[in-house]
Ligand binder design. Sequence first.
Ligand SMILES: [Zn+2]
Ligand SMILES: [Zn+2]
Length: 100
Amino acid sequence: MAGRARGGAPRRCPSCGANVIKQLVGDRVALKVVADVTPLTPEQQAEVRGPNRLIWCLRPSSGYAPDRLFWVEPWHPPDCRTGAHVADHLCPPAAPTTLF
Ligand SMILES: [Zn+2]
Ligand SMILES: [Zn+2]
């Protein structure tokens, strides 16, 4: 059993150190995606989704293929059973000492 290193292996965000998934998504135009590894509930997806933040369907590896991110189409169910839904990674705001 070798070759687990490609594709969906979590990496670290160089800015905030969070675990992220880096992957090229798309066939003709590859989009460089950096996504969080934490699956979101349908409510959370509706909350974070926006023009600058997309939701991805992370499908588990099958056989030799690594975990893959898939584009979530408008008709894609937010509670689909195929994969875990994750969002584009956004670094948390700096200065964690600031409380309000
Ligand atoms: Zn899905
Ligand atoms: Zn980050």
